[in-house]
Design a protein. Structure first.
Length: 302
C-alpha cells in the first residue's frame, strides 16, 4: 500500500515505464515536469503541439528533447484529437493537458469515434499527502462535477475506489461527507450519503470496500471524535476516500489542505479508458510531477 507521495514516486519509477502523450506541450511548467519525470524513468513522453514553441521552451531551460517524439500540430482541436487517438490506438498509455483549454481536451476524450469514452462518469480525484494524517487521502469530486446527483456520485465513488486500489489499498474505506451524521430530508447530502452506504452493502462497489455516510469531517479524520459523539463507525479516523457533496466543498477543503496544511498532492481525471492528467497552472512543479506519477501508476494498473 502506497502511504505517501514519496512512495508513489518510487512506485512509478520501479514499474514498467508508461508512455505519456502531452497535448499542447508548449507549456513551460508542464514541460519541465514531463522532462523531470522522463529523466527519472517514470514516463516516456510524446509531445504534441507547436514544435517551435516547444523547442523555444527547451532552449530557454536547457532541456534536451532529442530523445523524445514530437508531433508538430498548431490547431488545438487537432492536437487534442491526435493526442487522444494515440492513447486509443495503444501508442500511449495516458494523456496530460498542456497549454490547451480543458473543454477542448475533454471533448476529444469523450468523442464517440476517436475518444476514450466509457459508460462511466468522468470525475476528478485529488490525492493528498497530509502531514497530520497517517496515510494518503483521496478527495472526489472537487474539480469537475458541480453538484452531482446520486447516480453521478455512485460513478464518482467507483472511480475514486479504483484510484485507491491502484495504489495498493486492500480495503478501501469511503466516507460520504455531510454536515451531520443523521439523515435529514432537508439536507440532500445526508440522503445521498446514506444511499451510497446502502449501495455498498448491496455489493455495488465490489469486494473489500466499506462505505459509510453521512459523516461529518471530524469523524473522517478522528476516531476520538466518533467515540465522543457516541457514533459507531468502522472507518472513522482511518478513511481513504472522501466523497464530497458538491464541487465547492471539495475545492475548499483541497485548497485548505494545500495552502494551510502544506499537503502534497496529485490529481487525475478518471472514468475514461485511460487516466487524464489535468493540472492547474497554479499547481507547483512538485504537484505536476506527482500527478504524472499518479497517472503512470494508474495506467499500469488499468
Amino acid at each position: 500500500m502506497i502511504k505517501n507521495i514519496n512512495e508513489l514516486l518510487n512506485a512509478a519509477k520501479a514499474q514498467e515505464t508508461m508512455k505519456l502523450v502531452v497535448a499542447a506541450a508548449q507549456d513551460e511548467d508542464v514541460l519541465l515536469a514531463v522532462v523531470k519525470a522522463a529523466e527519472e524513468s517514470v514516463i516516456e513522453p510524446i509531445l504534441v503541439g507547436d514544435e517551435k514553441l516547444i523547442q523555444a521552451i527547451a532552449t530557454k531551460n536547457n532541456l534536451d528533447l532529442s530523445g523524445y517524439k514530437v508531433i508538430h500540430l498548431e490547431d488545438l482541436k487537432e492536437v487534442a484529437r491526435v493526442s487522444v487517438e494515440l492513447v486509443k490506438n495503444g501508442d500511449a498509455d495516458f494523456v496530460m493537458k498542456g497549454l490547451i483549454d480543458t473543454a477542448i481536451l475533454l471533448k476529444a476524450v469523450l468523442d464517440k469515434e476517436v475518444g476514450l469514452r466509457t459508460d462511466s462518469q468522468l470525475s476528478h480525484v485529488m490525492v493528498y499527502d497530509i502531514p497530520t494524517y497517517h496515510k494518503l487521502m483521496y478527495f472526489t469530486d472537487g474539480g469537475m462535477n458541480i453538484s452531482p446527483d446520486l447516480d453521478a456520485k455512485t460513478a464518482i465513488t467507483k472511480n475514486a475506489i479504483q484510484v485507491a486500489k491502484a495504489l495498493g489499498t486492500e480495503t478501501v474505506k469511503v466516507a460520504c461527507l455531510a454536515a451531520k451524521e443523521k439523515v435529514n430530508p432537508k439536507m440532500p447530502a445526508t440522503v445521498d450519503a446514506k444511499a451510497l452506504e446502502d449501495k455498498c452493502k448491496a455489493g455495488e462497489f465490489g469486494e473489500n470496500v466499506i462505505v459509510e455516510g453521512p459523516l461529518a469531517f471530524d469523524l473522517v479524520i478522528s476516531k476520538e471524535a466518533a467515540e465522543t459523539k457516541g457514533f459507531k463507525s468502522d472507518i472513522a479516523g482511518d478513511v481513504d476516500v472522501v466523497v464530497v457533496p458538491t464541487i465547492e466543498v471539495g475545492n475548499g477543503i483541497g485548497k485548505a489542505l494545500t495552502y494551510l496544511a502544506k499537503a502534497k498532492s496529485a490529481g487525475i481525471i478518471m472514468g475514461a479508458k485511460a487516466p487524464v492528467v489535468l493540472v492547474s497552472r497554479a499547481d507547483s512543479f512538485e504537484d505536476k510531477l506527482n500527478s504524472i506519477a499518479l497517472g503512470s501508476v494508474i495506467a499500469a494498473y488499468k
